[in-house]
Design a protein around this ligand. Sequence first.
Ligand SMILES: [Zn+2]
Ligand SMILES: [Zn+2]
Length: 431
Amino acid sequence: MNWRELEAEMIRTRRDLHRYPEAAWTEFRTSSLVAERLERLGYKPRVGAAVIDKESVMGRPSEEEIDQHIRRAVMQGGNEGWIKEMERYTGVVAELDTGKPGPTVALRFDIDCVDVDEDTSPEHRPVRENFASLNPHLMHACGHDAHTSIGLGVAETLMAKEGLLKGGKVRLIFQPGEEGCRGAYAMTHGGVVDGADFFLAMHIGSGVPTGTFGINALGYLATTKFDARFTGVPAHAAGAPHLGRNALLAAASAALGLHSIAPHSGGVMRLNVGVLQAGTGRNVVPADALMKVETRGETQQIADYVYGRAVEVLNGAAAMYGVKVELTKAGQGTTARGDKPLVRQALEAVRALNLFEHVEENVRAGGSEDATWMMRRVQENGGQATYMGLGSDITAPHHNGRFDLDERSMLLGVRAMTAITEALLAAGGEQ
Ligand SMILES: [Zn+2]
Ligand SMILES: [Zn+2]
């Protein structure tokens, strides 16, 4: 493998994806280009509707918006044939089968961007070097452009080594909609990790510097994202206010009530009302309100507690103002832990590479991550899973308009993931 060439290609890929970021369930350009590249490498990709369970999809835009995004993706250089093949859903899965007996190793890479405006000042490298986002209000501010590029780098490296692999299969999963925990659940229910003996996922950055690699990321919170829609009755604000039912007041009082839910003594708990929109006109009793909420907990039990209380607060506020409230789930993630034997094997494989200054067993992770659904499914089926942290110096926190990463860490990610995969296939083949 010519690592230098691969690295140059990976940087080109990452920068191209960075220019055309796509949010959850609209990754038509990204998915189609991933499929195109995988096919060129000799894989037989399965895409979109073939790799997800439509019933389990959360937080997907309207069909009209999907139409617009398909048109945009084609205009921005997406592969039309593959986009058609996707049947209005995003995501790609491909498998490398050595044809020899051995375990199945599943690797997951997330491909979506964040709803944030990219910084436009020349101090921001993507602006200076001309690869800043061309899609308004969207940006790869979490590093999933690098994850996609790493996934393709792993695909290329493994294919080049195909004859040398001991046995078994490697399944590459390119997942839509990680942001807001929207995609993994539907893919898991689509069966993408069924039959996997090992599962690995990885995040770049997260406050860990370049040169450090962590095998077992701890601290991902179980979460539920949901919309609450309040519906009241409109009325003349001066002529007949008593005939109106005020959805704005119900929502506003619910927002305060939600943020007053008692903390749980058992561990970390979070709640955020992130969006609140209400009303139609100055002299009308507001009859509609939309609220976007997320709840999180260190354990599933704490997460269930805060979500349960939130539902009670919302229903209570609606009752108080005589309005209706309707809840829709927009995303969900759970908690998961790495399996000790897999963590140990991965630790040895990455240390043996001698490429990292620090290889740590445990790293702290923040926020939530929906790969936890895939980890759980694999573990429930008797397999092993872990979530890893790839160090990369970053210029601003994740989800910030000035976020950028150290591109040199991408090749390190490919080397680490490939080494672990090879080690797992080798060990499995000897059983
Ligand atoms: Zn991320
Ligand atoms: Zn993120």
